[in-house]
Ligand binder design. Structure first.
Ligand code: UD1
Length: 330
């Protein structure tokens, strides 16, 4: 069985991907120092897949530690690199932390992949690389705009590092991942104070917050609120497995959008959560959030054509699973 190194495999998207890799016959090897997740996800993975998972408690920027991981594991078919910081606001306050970790871990990984002749890497990128696109839905050849945050900048720079390297790579540009595995055994265990829409909605639902503030209703959109492309994390996880299959058979360098292609407004998202879970969410309209773009959603033709991937889960399923996770999480 082919071994796949999954850095950040105990995190939100990483843990879901480990489950899907196992389902399709790969042997995932997790490398995660739990700096922004918990052991609950490792235990949750093991419950879902019904067996133990190999896990190295190693910092991906630690070259000596990573060297040992490669030495111990022997032949590795490819790597999926999730390990990175992701809190946009924190990245503005402490950019160096983001540059050191997000670029530092990729640098170490690429050096060791080269040394150990591991040829394939899937990279966790983000639609944030596009900024506010001139054409919607956005296609992969849209130009990168100036990054809105150091976090976004690290994604742009890392994609550049992959282009410069000799390795075969797929950058998966995630739109807005939401929801959790239907078992509610794995999910987002990060210590970051939620700043994304759906985790804030679930905190209102459970009573941790009194209400949600909708950031602006004067955008040039049908209901005046911003539009995003919310993708179920299980669908997103599956795209990584297909990307790895594809890369093994089609060496080269690629970038794919991973979204549903459907634009959903903030108010639509709140309503979808209410309807899916039969709950009322208290909200008020506030000022715009600085750095927000008006709208973005994916053109998914390229990824469908090359990987045969498209989103299958509904927004309702995503909102239900987000609520289940909020009730059961760490
Ligand atoms: C944000 C990041 C993006 C990152 C992504 C990861 C910014 C500017 N962008 O994207 O770089 O890749 O998360 O998932 O932070 N909203 C409210 N009230 C809230 C929270 C959010 O109205 O309390 C609105 C936002 O204005 C936005 C939408 O909900 O229109 C989605 O927000 P969010 O979940 O933070 O994602 P993005 O801004 O798309």
């Amino acid at each position: 069985m082919k071994k796949i190194l999954v850095t950040g495999g105990a995190g939100y998207i990483g843990s879901h991907t480990v489950v899907e890799l196992t389902a399709l016959g790969y042997t995932p090897i997790i490398v995660d120092n739990l700096c922004n997740t918990t052991i609950q996800n490792i235990e949750g993975i093991e419950k879902i897949i019904g067996k133990k998972i190999k896990w190295h408690n190693t910092d991906c920027t630690d070259k000596v530690g990573m060297d040992k991981v490669f030495a111990e594991e022997g032949t590795i078919e490819g790597a999926i690199h999730f390990a990175a910081y992701k809190a946009v606001e924190e990245s503005v306050q402490n950019p160096q932390k983001y540059y050191d970790n997000n670029m530092g871990s990729l640098k170490v990984l690429l050096e060791l992949m080269c040394k150990n002749k591991v040829k394939n890497i899937i990279f966790s990128s983000s639609c944030t690389v596009y900024g506010m696109p001139d054409v919607l839905p956005v296609t992969e050849d849209a130009p990168f705009k100036k990054a809105e945050s150091p976090y976004g900048e690290t994604k742009q720079i890392c994609e550049g590092m992959l282009k410069e390297d000799t390795v075969n790579s797929v950058a998966l540009r995630y739109f807005n991942p939401i929801g959790s595995h239907p078992s509610a055994l794995i999910g987002d265990c990060s210590a970051d104070k939620p700043s994304n829409l759906v985790p804030i909605i679930t905190e209102v639902a459970i009573g941790k917050r009194e209400k949600i503030t909708v950031f602006g209703d004067d955008y040039n959109t049908p209901d005046g609120t911003c539009i995003r492309d919310y993708i179920h994390v299980v669908d997103l996880a599956k795209s990584h497995v297909l990307a790895m299959n594809f890369l093994i058979n089609n060496p080269g360098k690629y970038a794919f959008n991973v979204g549903t292609g459907i634009g959903i407004s903030v108010l639509d998202a709140v309503k979808a959560f209410e309807k899916a879970n039969n709950l009322k969410i208290n909200f008020s309209i506030g000022p715009r959030r600085s750095g927000d773009i008006e709208q973005i959603y994916a053109n998914g033709s390229f990824v469908k054509n090359k990987l045969g991937w498209e989103a299958k889960e509904t927004l309702e399923q995503a909102m239900k699973s987000a609520w289940e996770w909020e009730k059961l999480k760490c």
